[in-house]
Structure formats: C-alpha cells, structure tokens
Design a protein around this ligand. Structure first.
Ligand code: XMP
Length: 319
C-alpha cells in the first residue's frame, strides 16, 4: 500500500537529484507508460524536459492532436511534433511481411528520433517509460525464457550511439500503479486507462502492404468502433478492441448500384495477461450498430465481420 502524494514527492526529489540541471529527452508515444513518464518528469524538472512525438502515419484517429493538446497545451510540456508519415510510408511501400514491417517501423522510429535528438545537443539524458514488467520481461529474454512469437519494439529500441544516460522513472512500478500515478499527475482518465496499442500501430492492423489510403479508412472505422464501445459501456469490459483492415474487395449493394469495396474485421478480446485471450461476447445490437455506422460513414468499406477466434490458436493482432 502506498501513499500517492508521498510517492510523487519522493520520485520528484529522486529525479531532481539524478538529473541536476541537465536536460532530458523522451520519446512520447501517446501510450500510458511514456505519457506518465512525461508527466512525472515534467513535474520534477519542467523546462529541462523535451518530449519528441513521432507521427508515423499509423496512429489512431486524431491521436497526434490529442497528444499535443494534452501535453503541449494543457500540461505545458515542451513537445516536438514530428510528422514523419511520408518517410514511414515510403519505406513500407511494397512490403507485406509482418515481421519485415515491424522491423522497418522500428528502424525508422530510431532514425527520426536520433535526428531530433541531434537537434538537442544539450540533452544528456534519455528518459523511457520502462515499467517493472518490462524489466522482468527483458531479463527473461536475455536468459531465453521469453517466447517472443512476434518481435516487440517497446523496450531497448533506442541505440547506445545516442550517448545519453538512461532515465527510467517508472522502473519499479506495475501497470496499475503507473495508471494511478498518471491520474494523480493530472492526465485524463481516458488516456491513462486506454487499451494497449502496439508500437507498429496500424502497420500490423492493415494486412499486407500498408498504404496511406488504407490507414485513413481503418482509422475512421476503428474510431467508430471505439466510440460505440464506450457509449455502450463495453470499453472497460474489454482488454483490447480495434478494427483490422483486410485488403480484400467484396461485392455489395447501395441504392441502385453495386459496390466493390474493402472489408473491415472487428476484434475485441478479454484477457488478464495477453498471453491467452477470449473473444468478447459483445451484444449483437452493438455489433449491428457499429457495422451500420462503418458501412454508412466510411466510403470504401462495404462489409464488416467480427472475429470470434480465441488466443491460442489465433493471436490478438492479425499480424
Ligand atoms: P498478440 O497479437 O501477439 O499480441 O496476441 C499480444 C499483445 O501484444 C501486442 N503486440 C505488440 N505490441 N509491438 C508492440 O508494442 C508489436 O509489434 C506488437 N505485436 C503485438 C498486442 O497489441 C497485444 O496487446
């Protein structure tokens, strides 16, 4: 059991002592961990912190605006917003293998981040939102205990060539503690309790080759699904929910005409540890509403299906 105000005071003191008057940079992804790390560091060292937010073109609808709004405008954190959509899309062109896509997205992130870091020569520290389970997991990976079926890029992605000292203020915390801390630091509840989102983002939710046009369709379909889940009070009853873009065209009918458009699959799962998962038994009325809205509002999609596969044997993501 811990006392939040005391914890924050101690953490702030520790960070100030560690950092002194030096500058810190942090890659802000919009996810819970980097967001809470940013809020805590901002509380401790204010203007000595610069966050770099890289838009890879594979984020959810309005995500970049929300991050800039929350951190830049509400909290007054210094955030450099880099729109690298074209760079990522360019390197992903013609690539359809999932692991290859992950590698490219991870590599380009490092590229972009490094270029930004070089513009901040006064920075001596690289802050990361590593939490306790990440520490355990990467220790396990070193001893060969972890079974990584998919390569994940959250931990240890940034190279030592940056020549920065590592600052990991959340290293001792579990996820629920990180969330509590985030709320106490003034982050919006919805941001802190958001479902996990993979590092490669929509890059692994667009099957096969990633195209900006597909990402734009998927973002809108996904946002409708999430809006309706929230409205029906199902968001917090699922562990992860999202739409997947299938680059397959099927025939439909609209008014007097035939359509020949893409398919979106909806995925919603319930899980404790993300190692195994059940598909969520969403009410049919909710699924029907989501399907109608997507088909009516997102031109280019004329069919919606619901994924009823458990993990195992399916994975949560489709790639
Ligand atoms: P799977 O699809 O393996 O996913 O059942 C388990 C959890 O991991 C997330 N995931 C990723 N997270 N980079 C990430 O940061 C990745 O490449 C990646 N692949 C899967 C997935 O969203 C789920 O929460």
């Amino acid at each position: 059991d811990w006392n939040m105000p005391d914890y924050i005071a101690e953490a702030v003191a520790r960070i100030r002592e560690q950092v002194g008057d030096e500058e810190v940079i942090l890659g802000l992804s919009g996810g819970v961990d980097s967001s809470v790390a940013a809020a805590l560091l901002h509380r401790a060292i204010g203007e000595q912190l610069t966050c770099v937010f890289v838009d890879n073109g594979l984020l959810r609808l309005n995500e970049a605006e929300q991050v800039m709004e929350t951190f830049g405008r509400s909290l007054g954190v210094r955030v450099v917003h880099v729109d690298a959509t074209e760079q990522f899309m360019g390197h992903l062109k013609g690539v359809s293998d999932p692991e290859q896509k992950r590698k490219i997205i991870g590599r380009e992130f490092v590229e972009v981040f490094q270029a930004e870091a070089q513009k901040l020569p006064k920075a001596k520290w690289l802050a990361q939102g590593t939490i306790y389970p990440d520490v355990i997991e990467s220790a396990g990976a070193k001893t060969g205990k972890a079974h990584a079926i998919k390569s994940h890029h959250n931990v240890g992605g940034l190279p030592e060539t940056l020549n920065l000292k590592l600052l990991e203020p959340l290293r001792e915390l579990f996820k629920d503690e990180v969330r509590e801390l985030g709320v106490a630091l003034g982050l919006p509840h919805d941001m802190v309790y958001r479902h996990p989102f993979p590092g490669p983002g929509l890059g692994v939710r667009i099957l096969g080759e990633v195209k900006k046009e597909f990402a734009d369709l998927l973002r809108r379909a996904d946002a409708i699904f999430i809006d309706e889940l929230r409205a029906a009070d199902w968001y917090d009853k699922t562990s992860q929910a999202f739409a997947v873009f299938l680059p397959v065209k099927s025939v439909g009918v609209m008014g007097d005409g035939r359509t020949y458009e893409y398919v979106v699959a909806l995925r919603a799962v319930q899980t404790q540890d993300f190692m195994t998962a059940h598909w969520a038994e969403l009410p049919h009325s909710l699924l029907g509403k989501v399907s109608n809205r997507i088909i009516n509002e997102v031109r280019g999609i004329n069919r919606v299906v619901y994924d009823i596969s458990g993990k195992p044997p399916a994975t949560i993501e489709w790639e």
